[in-house]
Design a protein around this ligand. Sequence first.
Ligand SMILES: NC(=O)c1ccc[n+]([C@@H]2O[C@H](COP(=O)([O-])OP(=O)(O)OC[C@H]3O[C@@H](n4cnc5c(N)ncnc54)[C@H](O)[C@@H]3O)[C@@H](O)[C@H]2O)c1
Length: 259
Amino acid sequence: MDLKGKNVIYEGGFGGIGQRCLREFLAKGVKNLVIFDLQENADVLQDLRTSYPEANIFFFAFDITDKNSITAAFEKAVEKIGHFDVLVNGCGMMDDTKVELMIEINLMGLIHSTLTALPYMNKSNGGRGGLIINISSVAGLEPTAVVAVYSAAKHGVTAFTRAMANPHYYNHFGVSFITICPGITETNLVENIHDKVNFKFAEVLGARLDTAERQSPEVCAQNLVKVAETGKNGGVYMLDLGEIKEITFPTMWTPVFKS
Ligand SMILES: NC(=O)c1ccc[n+]([C@@H]2O[C@H](COP(=O)([O-])OP(=O)(O)OC[C@H]3O[C@@H](n4cnc5c(N)ncnc54)[C@H](O)[C@@H]3O)[C@@H](O)[C@H]2O)c1
């Protein structure tokens, strides 16, 4: 999608990857940028407004674990900007000791956000269609033992997003779906992985992962926005160590119809 003049909503925009993505989107000339996050980061907001005075930048606080809060945030955003062309579901957390919260933030919240956004975007009902980018993870591609709960939530994100890209849905909503799977990226989320595991004996796996190569959030953000411009509906893109790789999946099951 050509991002110039477009309206973008970015959830989790003040996070490590989010902040850099906001800059990349603004550098592409988006017209209205709405940030949803738990808390305002006044310094980042001020800096973005100073650096990109031609764009309108708004912030609305929301808690992705609360469905009413998601609904309210979209209502406020649409009241301000009228419509949006792109939604990025970029909230996340990683701490396998907090099972419910992991599923609520990484998976349920992302699903509720998507389902809340769709009626606004729905081409079959007066909307303009657009693009929804859901941030999964390499742990949403490859079962990742050390953070098995996080990995399960992110596999859910990958499956949900691929399913929503079904042509039947696309023809109805006019909304493309892209899954982004970053590799380990230098942000708070991956600090001290060994402290966020469920089994004492597995801390060594976490400590090992703590030493794995990481990419910078800037590089991850550049590639995410590149994919927003060039990616295709249903595409799953791994962004690892500065590279973009499109992932293809085998078809493992198709229903057998009676007639
Ligand atoms: N950093 C990595 O190595 C890595 C790798 C793969 C995928 N990811 C994914 O990328 C995305 C961004 O992660 P990041 O590394 O920038 O992490 P981060 O911790 O820097 O940012 C996470 C963002 O989510 C927001 N958030 C958390 N809980 C929330 C809630 N209840 N309601 C609203 N917002 C909430 C935070 O406020 C923050 O802005 C996440 O989906 C993460 O799972 C990160």
